[in-house]
Design a protein around this ligand. Structure first.
Ligand SMILES: Cc1cc2nc3c(=O)[nH]c(=O)nc-3n(C[C@H](O)[C@H](O)[C@H](O)COP(=O)(O)OP(=O)(O)OC[C@H]3O[C@@H](n4cnc5c(N)ncnc54)[C@H](O)[C@@H]3O)c2cc1C
Length: 442
């Protein structure tokens, strides 16, 4: 028994400790509270939200991480519970999204009528795409690029899929094995028989509406801040967890969660931190899992916030990777949420990992010059933000996930355990809270 263990434990100890005050950690705290499970959360920094950061820079509201969320039923319910529904801004989903290709913005087809009219794909490419149900299912051993080209044709891959899929993850589908990158898609394919059928049944036959894109008047960080306010009594800010240690043995094991000044003894630990931080925390529990977690590659990303007088309606654009440009895509915050001429350009990712090393002036200059080339109007640089490890790369390094095998009682829950994105994180938090509440009998 360690000295800490002596100090730990007591009537006040909660059943569950959550490491991380990002959206996964805080929505897990909320979902556990709804189920009457006693939990505590630790956040290393003085801010909550993790990568969800909304900042005021010279009077402009800038999103320094995600730009919007999809207002799923679960997020809407949480927003209502937190009494912040009147601060929501939702977006008309008919607004177009574009790909910049061959010197022009071309509409991404998100409905059958847009599919017919778009000039992003030739008639030949549209017909080839319709043959997808005749192709073999995705093979987990092929790359995402090979799977997409084989199923939808080279033109649709280059003009549509690579800019959207690659742009979303800041990645290169040629470097992403299907078994890591396309797992959810493979599930959909086996359930629906084909990806095209799945898309059509959603577009044509389903009564379900796609949840609208949304944000809050003061930015996306309002959601984690409201969660933190609601659970201020059990959220410890500026309290990094330094280690997790086993107390006891077998299935009755309990866990010691160490911080600089305290140790909590709990039945279950939920770890929502990025892979390298998680590795440090579980090193003493299982060194092999920690070593595997350290192998995961992440893609670096640079966000350049621009201000421009141009007024364009839409979500923004992704850039076709064959264009001679460094910009991956641009979100039109001003059109989406009336944000005072603000546009957010994304650079870097797997295609250009050195971007993160360039100085602000160079990055800002590139983003502004390429913006002007696409939009025809100049832009001022407001802010440059570097994210050295923005997205899981889902490349070959993720084969290491097969060697992560932590004991019962420690659950990892963040981008790399499910899907990325705020709706998926909230969904995983709710599922996990349900499982924990059953397991702990509360
Ligand atoms: C640039 C970018 C753009 C994105 N765009 C979108 C978008 O438009 N829409 C969308 O839905 N999703 C988007 N996403 C994805 C979405 O933001 C993430 O999936 C989600 O926010 C991840 O949340 P998390 O809580 O799992 O992890 P994180 O946000 O990484 O939170 C982990 C938390 O753990 C804390 N921590 C670390 N170490 C410790 C420790 N030792 N002790 C205690 N705490 C610790 C960190 O400080 C952090 O607060 C984007 C992500 C990025 C990076």
């Amino acid at each position: 028994m360690s000295d800490d263990e002596d100090a730990a434990g007591g009537a006040d100890d909660p059943s569950v400790a959550i490491v991380g005050g990002g959206i996964t950690g805080l929505s897990t705290l909320h979902a556990l509270d709804e189920r009457g499970v006693d939990a505590v959360a630790f956040e290393a920094t003085d801010e909550v939200g993790g990568v969800v950061q909304s900042r005021d820079v010279d009077g402009k509201l800038l999103e320094v991480g995600p730009q919007r969320l999809r207002l799923t039923d679960a997020i809407r319910a949480m927003v209502t519970d937190l009494d912040i529904a009147d601060e929501l801004i939702t977006v008309d989903d008919d607004l177009p999204l574009f790909v910049y290709a061959d010197g022009k913005l071309r509409e991404v087809p998100r409905s059958l009528s847009a599919f017919r009219r778009t000039d992003l794909l030739s008639t030949r490419a549209k017909l080839r795409l319709l043959a997808e149900p005749l192709t073999d299912p995705i093979d987990p051993e092929e790359t995402a690029q090979d799977a997409f080209v084989r199923k939808f044709g080279a033109e649709t891959y280059t003009n549509l899929i690579a800019p959207l899929f690659g742009g979303t993850y800041g990645s290169d589908p040629a470097e992403m094995p299907a078994r890591h990158a396309l797992e959810p898609m493979m599930g959909l394919e086996s359930r629906k028989g084909s990806l095209l059928r799945a898309a059509l049944s959603r577009l044509v036959f389903s009564n379900e509406e796609t949840p609208p894109a949304a944000s809050f008047e003061s930015g996306l960080q309002r959601l984690p801040e409201a969660l933190a306010e609601a659970y201020a009594d059990r959220l410890h800010r500026e309290t990094p967890v330094t280690a997790i240690e086993r107390a006891g043995a077998g299935s009755d094991a309990e866990w010691l969660v160490h911080t600089d000044d305290d140790t909590r003894r709990v039945d279950h630990v939920v770890v929502t931190t990025p892979a390298a931080e998680t590795a440090d925390l579980v090193e003493g529990v299982d060194a092999e899992s920690a070593a595997a977690l350290r192998e995961f590659n992440y893609n670096p990303l640079v966000l350049v916030h621009l201000e421009s007088a141009v007024r364009a309606d839409g979500f923004g654009y992704q850039v076709r990777r064959t264009e001679p440009m460094r910009t991956l895509g641009v979100t039109w915050n001003t059109s989406l949420f009336d944000r005072d001429g603000v546009y957010t350009a994304f650079l870097g990712g797997m295609h250009d990992p050195e971007a993160i090393e360039r100085d602000d002036e160079t990055l800002g200059g590139t983003a502004a010059e390429e913006f002007e080339r696409v939009m025809g109007v100049d832009a001022e640089v407001l802010h440059v933000e570097r994210m050295p490890r923005a997205f899981p790369a889902w490349d070959d390094s993720w084969a290491a996930c097969e060697r992560v095998d932590l004991p019962e009682g420690i659950t990892l829950a963040t981008n790399y355990t499910g899907r990325m994105g705020l709706p998926s994180r909230v969904r995983e938090a709710r599922r996990l809270a349900g499982e924990l509440s059953n397991a702990l009998g509360e």
